[in-house]
Design a binder for this molecule. Structure first.
Ligand SMILES: [Zn+2]
Length: 378
């Protein structure tokens, strides 16, 4: 039995604001009462969210356009929130979820070069802009927890949206036919190996662990399942800590996560084996999950989005909010209006609980895509 909490929250807010339902498209200027998080409660309509990373010149105009389009949730990078956006959005009945990158942290790595996650080849977990911190560093865990709590206390958003809460993989560039070599996964650093041995009682034989690659080969050949489960549990433990700390500060806060959009049959259960995202375990901790279903980027058909959402809905009891792209990325070929409309329809098809558009600036620059959104892809 699945909760449809996001919509419940939205409905409660709309009713409270006197906007009726479906409310977000009303465009009313009527101020909504303060609402933050709140256990996600039942709603009639799907959630419509946008991701936004950079400040805009005119917040009022932005929120007015979002209301017109029926956008009810903003997934906001902390750099975007300069002090008054959360409150202004709340007055318009628009919920804000601050994006919290967990293991992607180039600034931290620049200052702490010993904190890199390490691949089975003994190399830093870096591919182009993707740079990952090792998940076994307890000082980093403490720091990230404090930073997340600090964001909540400072901005009082409706929730937190955890991003990069996984092991290293540049999944945006993994095509449908690709293979992901086990030695290209992480983290095989000495901290992780010692922790794995301590937690599981499995010992890497001395002669098998002479180098990082030797140890990785031995683990992958002899203790594949224990290793896979352990490193996924490590990610889950971070989510558990982040959720616990967030709720300690704000009991009704919403906490969800952006997940790699792979099903069990993709890359030999790559979601668990590579990304270390145990979707069943994460679903028990979070208030929603948002698979990043960038079909054009990943060279999939729009209908694939609905299949991913259906699988995530089957594997969790929380709302599933597929994120879709508004324009092309990492490809030369154009993502046209027809593709966007089909992707939007697929993202909104039951059992999905809504859609998250990546990202607002790409939508802002395309009048035709905004009208497609207004018509919900029809
Ligand atoms: Zn490590």
């Amino acid at each position: 039995m699945r909760a449809s909490g996001v919509s419940r929250l939205l409905l409660a807010a709309c009713v409270a604001a006197g906007l009726g339902t479906p409310c977000p498209a009303s465009g009313s200027d009527a101020p909504a009462p303060a609402r933050r998080g709140g256990p996600l409660t039942d709603p009639p309509g799907p959630l419509v969210g946008v991701k936004i990373y950079e400040p805009v010149a005119d917040t009022g105009a932005l929120l007015g356009e979002w209301s017109r389009l029926g956008i009810d949730t903003a997934f906001v990078a902390p750099a975007f929130e300069s002090g008054d956006f959360v409150a202004a959005a709340r007055r318009r009945g628009i919920r804000t979820l601050l994006i919290v990158p967990v293991f992607y942290n180039p600034e931290y790595l620049a200052a702490h070069p010993d904190a890199w996650a390490i691949t089975g080849r003994g190399e830093r977990a870096k591919q182009e802009w993707v740079e990952f911190v090792c998940p076994s560093r307890e000082d980093y865990r403490q720091r990230r927890l404090e930073e997340a709590v600090g964001l909540l206390e400072k901005h009082r958003p409706d929730g937190l949206s955890l991003d990069f809460v996984r092991h290293f993989v540049f999944w945006e560039k993994v095509g449908p036919e690709a293979r992901i070599g086990p030695l290209d996964t992480t983290c095989f650093c000495r901290h992780c190996l010692a922790r794995f041995e301590r937690d599981t009682g499995v010992a890497v034989p001395g002669d098998a662990g002479a180098t990082t690659t030797d140890a990785a080969r031995w683990l992958l050949a002899n203790e594949t399942d224990a290793w896979t489960r352990w490193r996924a549990a490590l990610v889950t433990s971070w989510v558990s800590d982040l959720v616990r700390e967030a709720r300690r500060v704000e009991p009704d806060v919403v906490v969800g996560a952006h997940l790699v959009p792979w099903g069990r049959r993709d890359y030999d259960d790559g979601l668990l084996r590579v990304a270390g995202q145990d979707v069943e375990a994460l679903g028990r901790l979070l208030d929603y999950v948002s698979p990043m279903c960038y079909a054009h980027m990943l060279r999939r058909e729009p209908s694939w989005i609905a299949r991913v959402a259906e699988e995530f809905a089957r594997r969790t009891d929380v709302p599933v909010l597929p994120s879709i792209e508004v324009a092309r990325s990492y490809r030369e070929e154009e993502l046209d209006d027809a593709f966007f409309a089909a992707a939007l329809r697929a993202a909104l098809a039951p059992p999905s609980d809504g859609v998250v558009l990546w990202s607002w600036p790409r939508l802002a620059e395309s009048p035709s895509r905004r009208e497609i959104l207004l018509r919900r892809g029809r």
